[in-house]
Design a protein around this ligand. Structure first.
Ligand SMILES: *Cc1c(COP(=O)(O)O)cnc(C)c1O
Length: 328
């Protein structure tokens, strides 16, 4: 399978900028560049937009009439999936693992505006995939043709989207003659991190990819990353040989739980906004930024080195967690 001939439903505004962050760099003592996938454009942007170009194209190829996925109440993935489905003329259903939230704000407000069918599974987070399947089963009984997108859109197609994002980054670095020493990204359902790893291998970049997990234990991430890169490798019929050492996941910045803010993440939101005028989100990118601050402080990421921080979006989540962000 040639990755360039994979069906694609255009959504994103590409390439996203690769920005220098001079004030942040000065504060941290390392050169920080930011890959602005918060600015993928469609439906308020974020990393899921790249993945959805391939997932929605596949839904259309399979003649689906409704797209079903799942996540947390402030899921960026459900918001962008619902918007992409709408643009493709399809219905959308979002399965939340939790019970109904109090206020309709942030991503949840956008889900309502998009007219997505919202289902509350009242289950554990790790039962979300099962709950999505059950919703698909019910839709089939009603004569509908559901297309199932797993949590986070982390599939081989989602990974191919991030392989191509790596090529885009590689070209930007080449033009500016920059050799990065590390890439830092958020590790959630792992498709973004896996796709970046696959892309780095495929396009022959020699740069370590540091993931900061925000929702799962490190060992679970490592297993998911290996599986996703393996599935992608089979899919594109191109060997992507991964050493154990290539899989780098930092587990110290997750805090109490997924979507529970930490004091360090809160501080990272304020510092990044006040130094660079850039907003992070409390669930994903702020924990990752807090992780990068600490990894530089501890010398795991070297001072005076060049680091690409991959901003994966999530900005609407700020409005869904305003009290957490304010520390109230
Ligand atoms: C989903 C998401 C991530 C995590 O990406 P995965 O591919 O699920 O690991 C990171 N940042 C934001 C803002 C997200 O919405």
């Amino acid at each position: 399978m040639d990755i360039y001939s994979l069906p694609r439903f255009p959504l994103a505004t590409l390439p996203t900028p690769l920005d220098e962050l001079p004030r942040l760099s000065q504060e941290l003592g390392a050169r920080i560049l930011m890959k602005r996938d918060d600015l993928t454009g469609f439906a308020l942007g974020g990393n899921k937009v790249r993945k959805l170009e391939f997932l929605i194209a596949d839904a259309l190829a399979q003649n689906a009439d409704v797209v079903v996925t799942g996540g947390g109440v402030q899921s960026n993935h459900i918001r962008t999936t619902a918007a992409a489905a709408r643009k493709a003329g399809l219905d959308a259903a979002g399965v939340f693992f939790s019970s109904p939230a109090g206020e309709v704000n942030g991503n949840l407000l956008l889900d309502e505006i998009l007219g997505a069918q919202l289902i509350y599974a009242n289950a554990n987070k790790n039962e979300t995939e099962r709950a999505i399947e059950m919703v698909c089963d019910n839709l089939r009984v009603q004569g509908r043709r559901p297309y199932l997108i797993p949590v986070g859109g982390s599939t081989k197609r989602g990974c191919v989207a991030y392989m191509l994002a790596v090529q885009e980054l590689q070209e930007q670095l080449r033009v500016q003659n920059i050799q990065p020493d590390a890439i830092v990204t958020t590790t959630g359902s792992c498709g973004t991190h896996a796709g970046i790893l696959a892309g780095v291998k495929f396009f022959g970049m020699s740069v370590p990819v540091h993931g900061v997990t925000v929702s799962r234990p490190v060992e679970e991430c490592r297993a998911r990353l290996a599986r996703l890169v393996g599935e992608t490798s089979d899919f594109i019929e191109h060997a992507l040989l991964l050493d154990d050492a290539d899989i780098i996941v930092h587990g110290d910045y997750l805090g109490e739980a997924y979507a529970k803010i930490t004091p360090e993440a809160r501080s990272a939101i304020y510092r990044t906004a006040q130094w660079e005028g850039i907003f992070l989100d409390p669930v994903y990118t702020a924990k990752t930024m807090a992780g990068m601050f600490d990894l530089i402080r501890r010398g795991v990421l070297k001072r005076n080195s060049t680091i690409v921080f991959w901003h994966t979006g999530g900005t609407p989540g700020l409005f869904g967690f305003s009290n957490d962000v304010l520390g109230q």
